[in-house]
Design a protein around this ligand. Structure first.
Ligand code: HEC
Ligand SMILES: [Cu+2]
Length: 332
């Protein structure tokens, strides 16, 4: 549909859903009000129409049940349609490029896995799955890219995730859509979608001081994480736990959550575990030490780096780079 600008296939699907909702609602509205007005006019005072007493006396159950079932089915189908779109819309495919977006009064800070950073602008390659890990350094913000039809509240102390595949090159606006103080209206930026060669070029020409993961590794040591989380693989739920669970192989694995239901360890899981704002899957006393909360100690920049580093302990591909050919640029 071209009546609203869109830059992803998800946007197209959201628009079709919206059109479907509007059309079905209009059809129901038209039917109900049409019948109402028809009968108001037909049976107005002084009209010559005979009042059909039989119809009132013997109401048709077949009609009654048929109509109720039909509306139920129509609206339930709408629910399934919308719910599927919603669920898929929040499940990033494996191998998506991960970009960290932090809201702060009143700007958006963006960090790339290669170590590049920028403010109020977000560069992504065309046709590749991109996952945004969103968080806030202060109050609640909301990140919205209208042309992609995606938005999500951005909360301090937590990671939220959005993903998309851009299908059009160009520059598009993004916004904070949660009133967040006096500078809220200035909290906007530009999404730049580049084709893959331009994107590789852009990554190359944007200064970066070491990849996110390299910075994360240094932080893992300087903040004392490595003192408790010794390296080396042992299952975190082995009988002999030691000081703290291993971080090796943690990312991407499926672990039992606090309520016993399996959860997949992703960026949000790791981030929230470091701040103690997450689920916390181990009972107290499970390990010989207790992990201090790093809330207020580590900034969101540092947390992004730690998450990227812990990701590297589980895979040989650079974190969040997906299949992007360009290797992490170290030491630049
Ligand atoms: C004093 C020891 C100690 C220090 C220091 C420490 N941790 Fe932990 N950490 C633990 C313990 C014990 C657990 C398991 C119990 C829990 O989840 O609280 C844990 C759990 C975690 C988890 C969740 C693991 C899982 O399998 O669910 C992550 C992620 C983590 N730590 C990362 C870090 C990072 C990053 C740092 C440094 C910024 C750090 N930890 C510093 C002891 C520590
Ligand atoms: Cu805001």
């Amino acid at each position: 549909m071209s009546w609203l600008p869109e830059a992803s296939s998800h946007a197209g699907r959201v628009d079709v859903l919206l059109a479907g909702l509007v059309l079905i609602s209009l059809a129901v509205l038209g039917l109900v009000f049409g019948l109402m007005f028809l009968n108001i006019i037909r049976f107005r005072v002084g009209s010559q129409m005979p009042v059909p007493h039989e119809v009132v006396a013997h109401k048709s159950w077949r009609f009654e049940i048929g109509w109720t079932t039909a509306t139920l089915v129509i609206f339930f189908a709408l629910f399934v349609w919308a719910a599927r779109l919603y669920v898929v819309g929040f499940q990033p495919p494996a191998g998506a490029i991960q970009i960290y977006v932090t809201g702060k009064q009143w700007m958006w800070k963006v960090q790339y896995p290669g170590g590049q950073r920028e403010i109020n602008s977000l560069h992504v390659p065309l046709g590749r799955a991109v996952q945004l890990l969103l968080t806030s350094e202060d109050v609640i913000h909301d990140f919205s890219i209208p042309v992609l039809r995606i938005k999500h509240d951005v909360l301090p102390g937590r990671y939220q995730s959005l993903w998309f595949i851009a299908t059009r090159t160009g520059s598009f606006r993004f916004y904070c859509t949660q009133f967040c103080g006096i500078g809220h209206s200035r909290m906007t930026g530009t999404l730049v979608v580049l084709n893959s060669t331009d994107y590789a070029d852009w990554l190359d020409h944007t200064p970066a001081s070491g990849s996110l993961a390299t910075r994360g590794e240094a932080l893992f040591i300087s903040n004392g994480c490595s003192g408790c989380h010794v390296s080396g693989r042992y299952p975190p739920d082995a009988q002999e736990p030691g000081r703290a669970p291993s971080m090796v192989g943690l990312y991407g694995s499926i672990v039992p959550g606090p309520d016993g239901r399996p959860v997949r360890v992703d960026g949000a899981f790791v981030h929230d575990a470091i701040l103690h704002t997450g689920a916390g899957r181990f009972p107290k006393g499970r390990y010989t030490t207790e992990m201090p909360s790093f809330r207020g100690v580590l900034g969101e920049d540092e947390l992004a780096a730690l998450v990227a580093y812990i990701q590297t302990l589980s895979s040989s591909t650079p974190p969040g780079m997906g299949a992007l050919a360009s290797p992490p640029r170290e030491g630049r």
